[in-house]
Write a protein that binds this ligand. Structure first.
Ligand SMILES: *[C@@H]1O[C@H](CO)[C@@H](O)[C@H](O)[C@H]1NC(C)=O
Ligand SMILES: *[C@@H]1O[C@H](CO)[C@@H](O)[C@H](O)[C@H]1NC(C)=O
Ligand SMILES: *[C@@H]1O[C@H](CO)[C@@H](O)[C@H](O)[C@H]1NC(C)=O
Ligand SMILES: *[C@@H]1O[C@H](CO)[C@@H](O)[C@H](O)[C@H]1NC(C)=O
Ligand SMILES: *[C@@H]1O[C@H](CO)[C@@H](O)[C@H](O)[C@H]1NC(C)=O
Ligand SMILES: *[C@@H]1O[C@H](CO)[C@@H](O)[C@H](O)[C@H]1NC(C)=O
Ligand SMILES: *[C@@H]1O[C@H](CO)[C@@H](O)[C@H](O)[C@H]1NC(C)=O
Ligand SMILES: *[C@@H]1O[C@H](CO)[C@@H](O)[C@H](O)[C@H]1NC(C)=O
Ligand SMILES: *[C@@H]1O[C@H](CO)[C@@H](O)[C@H](O)[C@H]1NC(C)=O
Ligand SMILES: *[C@@H]1O[C@H](CO)[C@@H](O)[C@H](O)[C@H]1NC(C)=O
Ligand SMILES: *[C@@H]1O[C@H](CO)[C@@H](O)[C@H](O)[C@H]1NC(C)=O
Length: 288
């Protein structure tokens, strides 16, 4: 199988492959296009400040599966038609840790572009990097295998692109602590595998869509510190798995939905600093 690998034509790669085959049998390399995408990402980070020491292990002489902050599929999951492992997770939080002040704008969101070629990604954490500009809509739309996306604690502005709501496998979505405007689209209801949604500390406004009630696997929902108005959708009572519901510091009005007591798993409920009216629903007595 290895002998049919086209990279065998290059003698230095042949030596490297022999080394890998005989001394590190389970360690197969990542696809070249994924390695090049990551190296391109690294060089645009270093172009921001060349004295940064970050992603030091990302060099062209090793497989990207050996690099820090990169996770590949395990070798046993390789298919019989390919010797490659693919990149499935990138943990790229706080890349600029050594730079101060930490709250300035560091990185235009366009620098994320190389990462969108790595369509095998399931986990992407780029939180806390002072990334500014719009969320790259088309780019994220391509990452259809994402299960976990954390872009919190950046400086993303503009609205939440509808392409994020096409990522049907998402279980974890953290957009908190950015500068996002606009409303929450009813399309959020398509994220039916979502367990955690955090939109805390943005400038999101408008009505909370009834389609939130479609997110029936949701366990944690935080919309604190935004400008959402109008009522809490009654469909919230469909979220049977919900453990945390945090809606404080918005402009929510009208009455607390009568059936909120149906959320039998609820252990944290924060509604303070809104404009809610009416009484406390008697069903809340059920929230033991
Ligand atoms: C680059 O980072 C170093 C510290 O790592 C800092 O001393 C220097 O001022 C930075 N340069 C720029 C242009 O931000
Ligand atoms: C490349 O990175 C690997 C670890 O991923 C390290 O062992 C090796 O020394 C590095 N090579 C160079 C030239 O920096
Ligand atoms: C790899 O295979 C194992 C067992 O076949 C499976 O449990 C695991 O989820 C697979 N991992 C990936 C990333 O596909
Ligand atoms: C990358 O991985 C290293 C080693 O596991 C860890 O110490 C570091 O915090 C990670 N860096 C980022 C940016 O996640
Ligand atoms: C992602 O997909 C769009 C089409 O929706 C395409 O135009 C774009 O070039 C793709 N970007 C990357 C980085 O793959
Ligand atoms: C986003 O921020 C940039 C500066 O970082 C600004 O030029 C742009 O107008 C802002 N866009 C929106 C939609 O607010
Ligand atoms: C919400 O779920 C209903 C049925 O469960 C479905 O018909 C509808 O298309 C879903 N809405 C969205 C926005 O996904
Ligand atoms: C978003 O909310 C989740 C669930 O409460 C929490 O685990 C996560 O740390 C929050 N994100 C930030 C950036 O605080
Ligand atoms: C509630 O939480 C428990 C454990 O935390 C879990 O077993 C159960 O499936 C959850 N859902 C409901 C509807 O109780
Ligand atoms: C919620 O509980 C009420 C009784 O308090 C019940 O009539 C209603 O059918 C329940 N709704 C859902 C969606 O389970
Ligand atoms: C409530 O929120 C408003 C802004 O919406 C803020 O000015 C005020 O200080 C908050 N009050 C409390 C008690 O947190």
């Amino acid at each position: 199988m290895e002998a049919t690998n086209p990279t065998m034509a290059n003698p230095s790669l042949l030596l490297e492959s022999i080394f890998i085959l005989f001394f590190l049998p389970p360690c197969l390399s990542c696809p070249e296009y994924q390695k090049q995408a990551l190296l391109q990402f690294k060089s645009s980070i270093l172009a921001i400040n060349s004295s940064l020491h970050t992603l030091d292990s990302w060099n062209s002489s090793s497989s990207c599966c050996q690099w820090d902050n990169v996770t590949c599929t395990s070798p046993s999951n390789s298919t019989s038609t390919s010797t490659s492992r693919v990149v499935i997770a990138l943990h790229l939080s706080n890349l600029f840790a050594q730079l101060y002040p930490e709250f300035s704008e560091r990185m235009p969101s366009i620098l994320l572009a190389p990462l969108f070629f790595i369509r095998s990604l399931m986990v992407l954490d780029i939180s806390d990097n002072s990334i500014y500009g719009q969320i790259p809509a088309l780019g994220f739309g391509n990452l259809s295998n994402l299960v976990h996306l954390d872009i919190s604690q950046n400086k993303f502005n503009g609205s939440i692109p509808p392409q994020l709501f096409q990522l049907r496998h998402l279980r974890y979505l953290d957009l908190s602590h950015n500068s996002l405007h606009g409303s929450l689209s009813p399309k959020v209801g398509s994220l039916q595998n979502l367990r955690m949604l955090n939109l805390t500390s943005n400038f999101l406004s408008g009505v909370l869509p009834q389609e939130i009630g479609n997110l029936t696997k949701l366990q944690q929902l935080s919309l604190r510190f935004n400008k959402f108005s109008n009522g809490i959708p009654s469909s919230i009572s469909y979220l049977k798995e919900l453990e945390e519901l945090k809606l404080s510091h918005n402009a929510l009005s009208k009455e607390i939905p009568m059936n909120i007591g149906n959320l039998s798993n609820l252990s944290i409920l924060i509604l303070r600093n809104n404009s809610l009216t009416g009484g406390i629903p008697s069903s809340m007595q059920k929230l033991s």
